[in-house]
Design a protein around this ligand. Sequence first.
Ligand code: ADP
Ligand code: ZN
Ligand code: ZN
Length: 743
Amino acid sequence: MFADVVLPLPLAYSFTYAVPAEMQNKIGVGFRVIVPFGKSKHYTAIVLKLHKNAPQGVESKEIHSLIDSHPVVIEQQLQLWEWISFYYLSPMGDVYKAALPTGMKPTDLEDKYTSKIEKRLCLHPDFQPESALTIIGKAKKQHELFEETIEILSRKESISRKELLEITGYSPAVLNGLIGKNVLLEYSEEISRIEKQLEATHKPVDLSEHQQEAFEEINRSFEEKNICLLHGVTSSGKTEIYIHLIAEQLRKGKQTLYLVPEIALTTQLTSRLQAVFGDKLGIYHSKINDNERTEIWQKMLSDSPYEIVIGVRSSLFLPFRQLGLIVVDEEHEASYKQQEPAPRYHARDTAIMLAHICGAKTLLGSATPSIESFYNAKIGKYGLVTLTNRFKDIELPKITFENTKELYRKRKMKSLLAPDLIEKINLALEADEQVILFRNRRGFAPMLECKNCGWTPKCRRCDVSLTYHKFSNTLKCHYCNSTYKVVHDCPACEEESVKQIGMGTEKLEEEVTQLFPDFRVARMDTDTTRVKNSYQKIISDFQNKKVQILIGTQMLSKGLDFDNVSLVGIISADGLLNHPDFRSHERGFQLMMQAAGRAGRKNKQGEVVVQTADPEQPVYRYLQANDYESYFHSQLAERKLFNYPPYKRLISIVFKHKDERKAELGADFFARLLKQSLGEMVLGPNKPIISRIQRYHIRDILLKLDTNLSSQKVREFLKSVESRFREKADFRYMILYYDVDGV
Ligand code: ADP
Ligand code: ZN
Ligand code: ZN
């Protein structure tokens, strides 16, 4: 018997090993095995297939040992892995690596997962309470501790050592005395790392009339279609509708996966779900450690799996046996796309595939749907349900514009904030309301520039402009994290004229603190939230009104729900729109809509002030009118004109080499082969704007493929070109990867 297995390496699809005779009736698909590889290595592999076909021409090695007595990867998961590997053009080994927690993939025969051991205490079985006095003798503190412990142990059989010491406050020495005299027995127990969830405390709220209608429409749509888009303005109660849909799945004995773009940003959401679903809810995100992930995986395989999982994109890889529904919240978010490393999958689209494999439904939700999803809804591929009213019919915020170009010209801009915005902030603060100021760039002054010749300091390894960080007085590369000293003398023209340009959240914070000295100001961006829980603290300080003005980057625009914010300021909105990327307008519009959505959610209409040098841009009209639909049509027209999705499918092919000439030659060669069949659909090779990262030179090719081409054929063709490319000695070890449906 032979087994095809996948190894955790970026290699071909699978490898074949012989199954030793004594293993043959114990092994199965989805089991982990340890196999020898290369000269001296061993890896944990997963069995994909068992068969009797001996591989031709090579002697296959034997499986070293079998780890499991039941599959740890179930059939549907393997199907999903295969689809990801095929569609995103990544080796199966990379998919396996991304899917399984590290603790479940021991290499070189050492077990990575370690169980957590707790020391516990109970009364010693030989101990006779009547003889306590004589046994403990004169030790006064031991008597006292004994009294307290007996009292505790009258209510439960055992207690953890740590807890007992904490409750009673005695020293370990006193406790060890009682253990030494065989009064108490100390033993070790394996415990779970998964944080104990609280019991549910709330019922789902009653839906409003509009919400109830939307809820029913979604269910009706699911009778005909597997995918539904819920387009509901900010604060319309989408989350409450999700909760009702999840409750319905529970009643049917089905599981729900609730996908969110970044879990750190959703503490508020997690507590809302916990209140309703209690310990039925599992949380799976990037900050939990690997042993915990392993335990969650094992729990999902057990007889009592989580019925609801809220998680980031990697939670798509968990084993769900009874999946009924996947909710993709904020479906437009670019962070759903994995960038580095492979597999570069899109979690929204992969969710749709997983649901398809499991016979489940997918609900996409957003106040600002992606162009692709809205298009799919418009052409009838997805169901579409719309919620146009906020909960309690609070009006959407009023949006006004400040023309900063005019204001600068008239010398009225004395700071980063327009005078009218300052006035409005004052009014809000006087009325005991809170303010959010939104600035989409971090750092004090992101860049230094020579005022004389325009030179800017760049990273030596990456060819990227460095960012100035005032707090540490250093220059940093945001691509490779290298740090550089600040320069004042320009190396290009030798003048001492290198100065800060631009402005980020740090500078804004400094100014706002000076402008409003009687109020507390906090800042939230990737710099202030690096430490674990710092994010939660900023949020809760703001929620508890300890802070009146919150300044932040796009982090702030995501799904937060504050009830006392009446004013949102978007400082220099133009920066959001001016990127050389076909999605920058979409992104900018979404960010501004979402940021605006933070104003006036519960009690009254809020106000949004947008500062821009060019208020005539059409995107601002759509924003002001809250007119997603017109904005969508304008974007769609541009996408059609310039051959972008949803009219074409994009695949980019990236080449990296330390030798720039080789990177260039390789990309040229590849492009020539592609053009023979795909002609004008092949663009490039290009030298990207950031053309060197960590010493590697980069070139890329962009394919804009007709949507009627078969994805199977396209992928087979790419693979055949790749093998011709690899035959050339110069290109054999070049880094080459694909990015399918890039965002
Ligand atoms: P969205 O997800 O669309 O932004 P939310 O579900 O967060 O909207 O709702 C906004 C606020 O209104 C939340 O604080 C939520 O608890 C409250 N809310 C929404 N619908 C109801 C309802 N039917 N009953 C009570 N409160 C509601
Ligand atoms: Zn760098
Ligand atoms: Zn200079």
